[in-house]
Write a protein that binds this ligand. Structure first.
Ligand code: OOG
Ligand code: MG
Length: 335
């Protein structure tokens, strides 16, 4: 990932600085033959009395002082790009800080651009040591869609660092406001490449099915977002537990696979596999077809989280939260 740092004396026209950043990024990408989204350009603004040429401070020479060209909100909006949006979300995650919806400031953020932001985030994670291990679907069940007020499913990428060992408590220090949701999880035996994938074709490519418990941690305040925001935020992904029992899906009716979610012994929700698109295999097919539209596919060995079967529950310190499936066993999580 090429990183360029530019130092300039404070006071330059903001639009020109913004244009300069874009030009530099473009030049680096072209001359190094690197993907534009991998280029990081950072500008350090230096106070005029913190920069001397010889013994003459910039504040003593002519400093181009210009009135700000726009209100702070407008100035910020002009800086929104795939890269700045990705950095904004990565920073929020690293600093465990909630942010407001990006679409509030960048209403032009559409779904294709949001997926580019998501890809930039994954590229950054991979550059910092993560390995992509599969795909997750989001908002595949009515329960999740109703709660989040969005009725379109989406896909995101999961990495090895998100995999949490069962028996190890959720580290509440690592997340902003984590919630957990039960999912049916596939391990792929074969590649699955859309378009035109049906549930039957999808299920024929599955090796094993397991219980899952996904920890989601939206970077947005109160989990409040529009569809492009949550796509950009890699579908609130944060962590996932996978159950210890692996089953061959051929012997199971996954639409009727039931789960019971308990918090501190109390049943708080129940569902069956039909909750996700009628059958988890439909969700898997949806993922393959939607990834194909963006030039991606599901690979043999990938883990696929097919989407929360029930509404997610908040994880509070001291909680014991469990999910029990009919055939896929149980996962117990403490915090
Ligand atoms: C978005 C992520 C949704 C699922 O399984 O539906 C998701 C969210 O609810 O914050 O992971
Ligand atoms: Mg989920």
């Amino acid at each position: 990932m090429p990183i360029v740092q530019i130092s300039i004396v404070k006071g330059r026209d903001r639009d020109k600085v913004t244009q300069c950043i874009k030009n530099v990024a473009q030049t680096i990408a072209t001359t190094l033959d690197a993907p534009l989204a991998s280029v990081r350009v950072m500008v350090n603004e230096i106070e005029p009395d913190h920069f001397a040429v010889g013994t003459t401070l910039k504040s003593e020479s002519v400093v181009p002082t210009q009135p700000p060209s726009a209100s702070p909100a407008e100035a910020r909006r002009t800086e929104w790009t795939i890269e700045t949006a990705a950095c904004h979300l990565l920073d929020a995650e690293a600093e465990r800080r909630e942010i407001t919806r990006i679409t509030d400031e960048w209403p032009e953020l559409d779904i294709p651009t949001a997926y580019h932001v998501q890809e930039a985030i994954i590229r950054d994670k991979v550059a910092h040591g993560d390995t992509a291990v599969g795909v997750k679907l989001g908002l595949t069940s009515r329960a999740k869609q109703k709660r989040m007020g969005i009725d379109s499913p989406l896909t995101a990428v999961i990495t090895d660092r998100m995999h949490l060992e069962t028996g190890v408590p959720v580290d509440l220090e690592r997340f902003i406001h984590p919630r957990i949701e039960p999912e049916i999880v596939f391990t792929m035996a074969e590649d699955l490449r859309g378009p035109g994938i049906t549930a039957d074709i999808a299920m024929a490519a599955v090796g094993e099915v397991r219980a899952g418990f996904e920890v989601i941690d939206s970077r947005y305040q109160n989990f409040s977002f529009a569809l492009p925001d949550v796509i950009a935020d890699n579908a609130s992904s944060a962590g996932f537990y996978i159950g210890g029992i692996a089953r061959d899906p051929a012997g199971l009716d996954l639409a009727l696979e039931a789960c019971v979610v308990r918090v501190n012994g109390e049943v708080v929700d129940t569902a069956t596999g039909a909750a996700v698109q009628g059958h988890p295999g439909e969700a898997l097919a949806l993922a393959a077809n939607s990834l194909a539209a963006r030039g991606h596919y599901i690979k043999a060995g990938d883990t696929v989280l097919t989407g929360g079967l029930t509404d997610a529950v908040f994880i509070n310190a001291g909680d014991e939260i469990s999910v029990q499936f009919t055939n896929l066993g149980s996962i117990v999580v403490t915090a």
